[in-house]
Each structure stands twice: as C-alpha cells, then as structure tokens.
Design a protein around this ligand. Structure first.
Ligand SMILES: Cc1cc2nc3c(=O)[nH]c(=O)nc-3n(C[C@H](O)[C@H](O)[C@H](O)COP(=O)(O)O)c2cc1C
Length: 190
C-alpha cells in the first residue's frame, strides 16, 4: 500500500488551506491509502529557518517525506505566490527529494487573478526536485467558502468536485507509477 504525505505550508492557526488539505486527505484515506500529515507550521521555527536538518523534528519530517510514495502539497497564495513557509521547508530538503514521487499541488487564494500562481511559481520548484510526475494543481477560492455549522469553512461543491477529480487523477498516476501501489490497497477507516 503506498503512503501519501499531505503537507500544509500555511502559517495560519485556523487555516483554510489546511481544511482543503484535510478534505483531500480524507478522500484518499477512504480510497484505502495510508496518509501521513505534516503541517510545516508545527516544526520548530528556529530549526526550520536555520535549515537545521540535524534537529530531530526536522530530521523526522524529512525522513517521513522520503518514505512517502506520493505527496500532496497545499499552500495559501500570499503576495501572488506560494507561502514562504512552504519554501523554507522545501529548501531544507535534499536536492532531489521528490525523486520517484507523484505530487499533487493544491492552493487556496482570495483572488482568481492568482489562480496560476502555483503553475508559474511552485511547479518549476517542484520540477527541480525530480518528481516522477506533478498532477494538475487545484486552486480553491477562499472567498467562496461558506462557514458550516461547526464554524469551519466549507468548500463550494463545484470546487469540491474539482478536488475529487484531481485526487482521482493523482491516485491513478500513483497506481501506474509506484510499484507498491500495484498491490490491492487495504481499506482503512476514513
Ligand atoms: C499576507 C496575505 C497575503 C495574501 N495574498 C494573496 C494574494 O496575493 N493573492 C490571493 O489570491 N490571495 C491572497 N491572500 C488570501 C489567501 O491566499 C487566502 O485567504 C487563503 O485561503 C489563506 O489560507 P490560510 O487560511 O491557510 O492562510 C493573502 C492572504 C494573506 C494573509
């Protein structure tokens, strides 16, 4: 069974990006995948900014990413680009840390004018880390998200459908490319 690492690059304590990522992670778990999650904001700030790969928390995050067959990377759009927090994490990884992995980039943003920020900004960075494939990115507009009864923002059904399609494409590519994915996945509780 392949392992998918779900990485949130949002610094926000009540992050919409994190909610979008959690939605996708739930879907992938329901499809039988093992999903490991990492919020970069939970890593020790000094070690992260100092790229201290000897720090146990950083070493653990790097090792978990290395062990994953695929990665879902979620970031808010800040100042027309992906977050600096995500970049700090990517910068401390080995040069080809995504080698052999399938990557699904997700972004949340306030302005449709910045829909392509991920394709123009993040995609070349990811490509430099030699992934097996980067599947189609999904931009989730935060201004269309309504608050649910529990106070959390709910993704618009049309966007939710786009996320589901992206997750399906990601899964298919993972099954085609990752040797471990060729075995029948064990179903886990969502
Ligand atoms: C400092 C800052 C800068 C932002 N810049 C942009 C931007 O340039 N383009 C955009 O579409 N949204 C921008 N936004 C809106 C966020 O991308 C959007 O609200 C996102 O869903 C926030 O995700 P988060 O809750 O994980 O932080 C910005 C928000 C903040 C706080």
């Amino acid at each position: 069974m392949p392992t998918i690492m779900a990485v949130s690059g949002s610094p926000s304590p009540a992050s919409f990006t994190q909610e979008v990522l959690a939605l996708t992670a739930r879907r992938l778990r329901a499809a039988g995948h093992r999903v490991d999650t990492l919020a970069v904001r939970d890593l020790p700030a000094e070690a992260l900014l100092g790229a201290d790969t000897g720090h146990p928390a950083i070493a653990d995050a790097v090792a978990r990413l290395a062990a994953a067959d695929a990665v879902v990377l979620a970031t808010p759009v800040y100042k027309a680009a992906y977050s600096g927090l995500l970049k700090a994490f990517l910068d401390l990884l080995p040069q080809y840390a995504l080698e052999g992995k399938v990557v699904l980039p997700l972004a949340s943003g306030g302005s449709p004018a910045h829909t392509l920020a991920i394709d123009y900004g993040l995609r070349p960075v990811l490509a430099s880390m030699r992934p097996a494939a980067i599947t189609g990115a999904v931009f989730v507009p935060s201004n269309e998200a309504r608050r649910g009864p529990d106070g959390r923002r709910e993704v618009d059904p049309a966007v939710s459908a786009r996320l589901a399609e992206a997750a399906d494409r990601f899964e298919k590519l993972l099954a085609a490319l990752a040797p471990a994915a060729r075995s029948v996945p064990v179903r886990e509780a969502a």
